[in-house]
Design a protein around this ligand. Structure first.
Ligand code: SF4
Length: 324
């Protein structure tokens, strides 16, 4: 297990990404997120659809401009707005594996061109070397060198996600955002892709932000887990401890409503169903974001936004007035 506090590789401070949609309406997609990911650590990021998980991942990598706040990599602040030279520099260190292996691969390019594109963009002009590296990476992700000349439509969903993984890792980045990498895949191939990521993490010493809505999967792959709701973090702690002993009311209902594949574990878990829909992130009201659905809501929750603060005697941070 990694001690994330000793070796943070990626940190955000009060990171915010708003989208102005006109008529004085602003979508608070990411709102004041401070998070750190330790070297060789997998940080799981969970929450319902619309909680801002993917926007957070993309804002960290500069695919969305920040509205405010900061992101730093090994102590060095990343640019507020990315120019093309910044992508050139930082894409060598930080990469993304996208959710949808169908739309994220250019159908007009061969697999060899897709996987080798990063090398060519980073000034590797020797075509023979590029071909060798592509063949090596196709083999590392369980494909074959002769797949290089084929097109994405000739592959299954699981194979396409392997191509996406090879494309992200060929530059040997130090930090990866995996944005729901298995949600578009058949259940039968999800475990294969997860196992592949686990093996690559061990052999390459990867650090990852692993975004998913399947909590039992996140518990399985992650060292720590962060729970996000309506653009903000609600709870952060060791993955197993958060899963089996959630402190925040949102984490509790999120876990309670998530089916657990192991029947022994399922029997001993509290079962609570999450009520209602996640509210609109447009012009978010003051107070706790979860107040409209929280079974433990109090008067103070409607007035004051609780900060994410460490709990006493336990390695956990929670944003809830029950603990203040
Ligand atoms: Fe519920 Fe209040 Fe805690 Fe929010 S701050 S989760 S409304 S108890």
């Amino acid at each position: 297990m990694v001690n994330h506090l000793e070796v943070p590789i990626l940190e955000t401070q009060n990171l915010t990404r708003y989208f102005d949609i006109g008529k004085k309406q602003v979508v608070h997609a990411v709102d004041g997120v401070s998070i750190s990911v330790g070297e060789k650590e997998i940080m799981g990021l969970v929450g319902e659809s619309g909680s801002g998980k993917s926007t957070l991942g993309k804002t960290i990598l500069g695919l969305h401009n920040k509205t405010s706040g900061s992101v730093s990599f090994r102590g060095q602040a990343l640019p507020q707005k990315y120019q093309s030279k910044d992508f050139q520099k930082w894409s060598k260190k930080m990469q993304m594996i996208f959710q949808d292996p169908y739309s994220s691969l250019n159908p007009r390019m061969t697999v060899g061109e897709i996987v080798g594109e990063g090398l060519r963009l980073h000034s590797e002009s020797d075509a023979v070397k590029v071909k060798e590296r592509v063949a090596d990476w196709l083999s590392k992700v369980g494909l074959q060198a002769d797949h290089m000349s084929r097109y994405p439509h000739e592959f299954s969903g699981g194979q396409r996600q392997r191509i996406g993984i090879a494309r992200a890792l060929i530059l040997e980045p130090e930090f990866i955002v995996c944005d729901e990498p298995i949600s578009a895949l058949d259940v039968s191939v999800q475990a294969q892709v997860i196992n592949l990521l686990g093996e690559l993490k061990e052999t390459m010493g990867l650090t990852m932000l692993f975004i998913a809505h399947d909590l039992s999967m996140v518990r399985y792959v992650s060292d720590r887990m962060a729970v996000m709701y309506l653009g903000s973090l609600m709870e952060v702690g060791k993955a197993n401890e958060v899963y089996f002993d959630p402190k925040h009311p949102y984490t509790e209902v999120l876990i309670g409503s998530n089916p657990e594949p192991d029947p022994k574990v399922e029997r001993n878990r509290p079962s609570t169903a999450i009520q209602g829909e996640i509210p609109s992130p447009v012009n978010v009201a003051p107070g706790c974001r979860f107040a409209s659905r929280c079974p433990k809501v109090m008067e103070v929750c409607l007035q004051t936004t609780p900060e994410l603060l460490p709990l006493k005697d336990i390695d956990r941070s929670v944003a809830c007035h029950l603990y203040l």
